[in-house]
Design a protein around this ligand. Structure first.
Ligand SMILES: Cc1ncc(COP(=O)(O)O)c(C=O)c1O
Length: 382
């Protein structure tokens, strides 16, 4: 994709995101921008709630929930029957954490670069004998495969780590990590919240046991909706020590005596979904599908490359993977006072984010290259 093309509005798609009328939004890794389509879908939900009340559950809302399973499945290359739905990553992790047997395998391996809710899930089980090994990163960008190889052993139940690190944008070699886990008889869970949407995901090729992501960021669905992929051959073997009625084989039988779990990944669902979030997410996925995921990812990557090159030329020393193929559209710029920078830039109409010691910038397909160039110009002046 040429740099000139990156200055062009993205195939008219940009107009679908009203925030660009007044703001230079470069923070999709925190929250994807709201499209007009999601707004219409959510107001459609409100209309039905107002007009029909609970009668909309049976012929409309539950169907939308199932369509979302299909849509998420398409994003990661899985059948809908392997997708459980959750309100957030943390509850999806809870179901996995409560499905494992830690008696013979008490160890869980994760890293310091993962989003803290991943280690927290298992640190909370320290009292129950779970031993969490948190791998260090020598450069704050990635964790060497050798560190995973050294840590994963015959006592390891699970390796839980990211597809793309929120801290550095580094894209991990998920297949290699999954292979290291499987050689030792351990399972592999990938937190793909910063991956799905902005980089290709194929759970089969990655050979992972669990993959979770959701609407908040690159899938344009807003908050309150996430999913968990479970490897089909594993589904029937897992009996989570948590349950909710949406995980029952026949929830509308309302039988309190027998917990008969669904045969497919519905068994990892918990309770009543936030329907507004489901509607917002369905519309967000439609926008991505209409644009074409491959195009979305290629343009995002080209924008990120241009941003990294420009930041480097300005002496801003972006902290990104030294291997270009492992970079993504999360770009960390080392700064002395990142919060002051973010506030100053917000006053000038640029929305970016602060993380310890860094300003974090994340363009997506709806951005243009002139936006990050102008942002870098403002940042350099401070
Ligand atoms: C990689 C990653 N995982 C998880 C989360 C959040 O998890 P939850 O949905 O439980 O809030 C975030 C950020 O919001 C994230 O960047």
């Amino acid at each position: 994709m040429t740099v000139t093309a990156l200055d062009e509005p993205a195939l008219g798609l940009r107009e679908r995101f009203p925030i660009f009328r007044h703001t230079t939004y470069l923070n999709s890794c925190s929250l994807g921008a709201l499209s007009d389509r999601s707004r219409v879908a959510m107001s459609d939900y409100l209309d039905q709630w107002e007009r029909r009340g609970a009668s909309a559950w049976y012929d409309t809302w539950l169907g939308a929930y199932e369509r979302l399973r299909v849509g998420y499945g398409r994003i990661v290359g899985a059948d809908a029957s392997a997708i459980a739905l959750h309100p957030c990553i943390s509850t999806a992790l809870t179901v996995v954490a409560e499905s494992l047997d830690y008696r013979r395998r008490p160890k869980v391996v994760t890293t310091t670069l993962d989003f803290p809710t991943v280690p927290y899930q298992w640190l909370a089980k320290a009292g129950a004998g779970v031993d969490v090994e948190i791998l260090e990163s020598p450069d704050g960008i990635s964790v060497p495969l050798e560190a995973f190889a050294r840590a994963i052993d015959g006592r390891t139940a699970l390796v839980a780590t990211s597809h793309v690190f929120f801290t550095s944008g580094h894209v991990q070699d998920v297949r290699a990590i999954a292979d290291l886990a499987h050689v030792q008889g351990a399972l592999c869970l990938i937190d793909g919240y910063q991956g799905a949407g902005q980089v290709p995901v194929d759970v089969g090729a990655m050979d992972v046991d669990f993959y979770c992501a959701g609407g908040l960021k690159w899938l344009l669905g807003g908050s309150g909706i996430a999913f968990l992929y479970v490897r089909p051959s594993l589904i029937g073997q897992l009996e989570p020590r948590v349950a909710g009625w949406f995980g029952h084989a026949t929830p509308f039988r309302f039988d309190p005596r027998v917990l008969e779990r669904a045969a497919d990944a519905h068994r990892f669902d918990l309770g009543t979904p936030a329907v507004a979030a489901v509607y917002a997410q369905l519309a967000g996925l439609e926008v991505l599908e209409d644009a074409g995921l491959a195009w979305v990812q290629a343009r995002t990557r080209a924008l990120a490359d241009d941003l990294i090159a420009d930041a480097t030329a300005r002496g801003l020393r972006p902290k990104v993977s030294p291997e270009p193929a492992r970079r993504s559209a999360i770009v960390m710029l080392p700064r002395e006072q990142p919060h002051a920078d973010v506030a100053r830039l917000a006053a000038a109409g640029f929305i970016v984010d602060a993380r310890p010691g860094h300003v974090r910038v994340s363009p997506y397909f709806y951005n243009r290259a002139d936006e990050h160039r102008s942002f870098l110009e403002h940042l350099s002046r401070g």
